[in-house]
Every structure is written in structure tokens, then in C-alpha cells.
Ligand binder design. Structure first.
Ligand SMILES: O=C(O)CCC(=O)C(=O)O
Ligand SMILES: [Fe+2]
Length: 342
């Protein structure tokens, strides 16, 4: 079997979205093995090893696409996997964002963890979804209008998933990747997930705006879950940081979902322009069961359109992991006795 030529050598500009369609035979082979998995919650390192072993049987070209997505700085910031195996039966969408007690098979969890293991190590945060590794992203009535993953009736602005850190830099402990896997679409099928790649954002911005966004003129509010559960609802602002950093060929972008304090009027205007640029360049995906988005949380920002939640057990249901390629730089905040909880 010969390896395909890298896109660069073939003279093509790197794409900003990579689509991976699993052939039916690969889907069925994965599904048969993932259907035997135990629920997550036991020996996680064993479970991840097993999921990795199953996913490593994918056709080499597809496997390399997924690995390249995670390991190189010049690859796209978002990947769309389609035709993944499904659980034979799906219980009601959990209402409160906690795992469903009625899930009899763990194919979806296996897809999520297998993809995650190809990118790095799933980790948990005590302040996000009770430290679980597999997050259920579902609409929650109290959060309907919030800039959090519990929302539904408002546009969730372009953001990346950041983590409060006592050092004041909320990108330090952020996940490098998010994997979002769809178990159930919203009733009307209109919930769109968006991804704006920082390379495309920078190209869309004028030089003066870009210079402002590259200056430390912005203070990020901590995530909604932290502000709600730890800070009693009060803002917890980061140190002044730039929104965009790093080389022109591989910029990093960071934007809190839960509010950003711009230090002056130019910075405020640049922030508005950033959201507008994101809308101009974003990829749009309407996730359906058996589809997953691999999101690089440093190369770009993501967003979600409004949709109507009914809270009837049939609402939109995604599962999510937070993935780091390296836990070493954040070992100071590891919860004692746990290898993956911060
Ligand atoms: O619901 C979505 O499509 C994305 C939600 C989101 O931003 C997240 O889970 O981090
Ligand atoms: Fe997010």
C-alpha cells in the first residue's frame, strides 16, 4: 500500500475543513466491536486503549487523515467525520446534562473516545460537567439563553472553550481539541455548528484591526460553569491578553464565550469586527447522528446557531470530550489521585 502524497507536495492549498466519510464496511466493523464496550467509568486507560485499538483498524488513508489532523500545525482546524456507527437503540436525551442511566450500549461513547484517542488524551475539569470525561451537551431550560453549551434559544457566539486558571491565563489549561459527536439532532434540524479558522479570520481582517487584536487589550471572563458554580455569578476576569497570537502562517485565537472586557473603544470595535469576520469565513455543519466534529480549539473559534428545545426527551444530544495532547504543562493543577482530572 502506498501513502498518498501530502497536499503540499501535490501543490494544493491546505483546506480548512477536512471531511472523512467512513465506508460502510469500516463503519460496520467498528460498530460490531464498539457494541461490546463496557460503560465509561471503569478503567479509563484500558477503555481508551481498547478504543484506539479498534480505530487503528481503519483503512490506512483514513487513519492517517485523522492522525494528521491532530499532529500538524498546517492541517485544517476542523474535521467532519460521517457515517460512524450508531447504538442500536437510543434512550431519551438526558434532561440535566448528566449521563443517561438508560443507555444499554456504548457505541457512541466508543466513537467519541476512539476519535479522541487518535488526537491525544481526554481530560476532565472539576468545574465542567462534574469532571466527567464524556460530556453530554444537551439543552437545559435554565441555560436556554446563556452563552454556554446548555443554551438553545440564542446564538452561541464564536468562542473557544477556555478554563479558569489562577495564573490569569485561561488558554493555558484549555483543551487542544474538542470532539463533538451527535447522537440526536434537534427537532427541526436547524442547529448549526460553525468553525472559523484563525488563518481565514486573519485574511479577512484589515491590518489595523489585526494589530489591535494581537495586543494585550482584552480580559476574558471565566466560563459560565465556573462563574455560576464557583464564583457565585460574579465575573472572574483573566489578565489582559491578545485575542490572536503566534506566527502569521499558524495563528492561535482565543475568545471567551462568557464575555470579554475590551480595554478601550478601539479594542471594543476590533472585537465586534472579529465576530463579524468569523461569520464571514465560518464553515457550517448541521450535525446528524453518526457524525462528529473534530475541533482544534487553538486554530479557530466555534459557534452554534439558535434552535428550539422542547425538553421532551427527544432534544438535540451531543457527546463531547476535551482532549489535550500533553498534560505535562498543566500538571500543577491535577486533582490529587487522578490522572486526568484538573
Ligand atoms: O452545540 C454545539 O454545536 C457547540 C457547543 C459548544 O460550543 C461546545 O460544546 O463547546
Ligand atoms: Fe464551545
Amino acid at each position: 500500500m502506498t501513502a498518498p502524497a501530502p497536499a503540499r507536495e501535490a501543490g494544493r492549498a491546505p483546506a480548512t475543513l477536512v471531511t472523512v466519510d467512513l465506508p460502510d464496511a469500516a463503519r460496520d466493523a467498528l460498530g460490531a466491536q464498539l457494541a461490546q464496550l463496557p460503560p465509561p467509568g471503569g478503567d479509563v486507560d484500558w477503555l481508551l486503549t481498547r478504543c484506539l485499538q479498534i480505530f487503528a483498524q481503519l483503512p490506512t488513508g483514513l487513519l492517517q487523515q485523522l492522525l494528521d489532523f491532530g499532529r500538524h500545525s498546517d492541517t485544517p482546524g476542523v474535521g467532519h467525520l460521517r457515517n460512524a456507527p450508531l447504538d442500536p437503540a437510543l434512550p431519551r436525551t438526558p434532561g440535566d446534562g448528566r449521563p443517561s442511566p438508560d443507555k444499554g450500549t456504548f457505541v457512541a461513547e466508543g466513537v467519541l473516545l476512539g476519535l479522541s484517542a487518535l488526537l491525544g488524551e481526554p481530560i476532565g475539569f472539576t468545574t465542567e460537567k462534574n469532571g466527567q470525561l464524556v460530556h453530554d451537551v444537551v439543552p437545559v431550560p435554565e441555560g436556554a439563553r446563556t452563552q454556554t453549551n446548555q443554551g438553545s434559544s440564542v446564538f452561541l457566539n464564536f468562542h473557544n472553550d477556555i478554563v479558569h486558571d489562577a495564573g490569569g491565563h485561561y488558554d493555558l489549561a484549555s483543551p487542544d481539541f474538542l470532539v463533538l459527536s451527535c447522537l440526536r439532532a434537534d427537532h427541526d434540524g436547524i442547529a448549526g455548528t460553525y468553525y472559523a479558522d484563525a488563518r481565514d479570520i486573519c485574511r479577512a481582517l484589515d491590518p489595523a484591526t489585526l494589530e489591535v487584536l494581537r495586543s494585550p487589550l482584552f480580559r476574558m471572563n471565566a466560563p459560565g460553569s465556573y462563574v455560576r458554580d464557583v464564583a457565585g455569578g460574579a465575573e472572574v476576569l483573566s489578565a489582559p491578553v491578545p485575542m490572536i497570537s503566534g506566527p502569521e502562517s499558524s495563528p492561535e485565537v482565543s475568545a471567551a464565550a462568557n464575555g470579554i472586557r475590551a480595554q478601550d473603544t478601539r479594542a471594543r470595535a476590533a472585537l465586534d469586527r472579529l465576530q463579524q469576520a468569523c461569520r464571514e469565513v465560518a464553515h457550517e455543519v448541521f450535525l446528524r447522528p453518526g457524525e462528529a466534529l473534530l475541533i482544534n480549539n487553538r486554530k479557530g473559534l466555534h459557534a452554534r446557531s439558535p434552535f428550539t428545545a422542547r425538553y421532551d426527551g427527544q432534544d438535540r444530544w451531543l457527546q463531547r470530550t476535551y482532549v489535550r495532547r500533553n498534560q505535562w504543562p498543566i500538571r500543577h493543577r491535577a486533582v490529587p489521585g487522578s490522572r486526568r482530572l484538573h
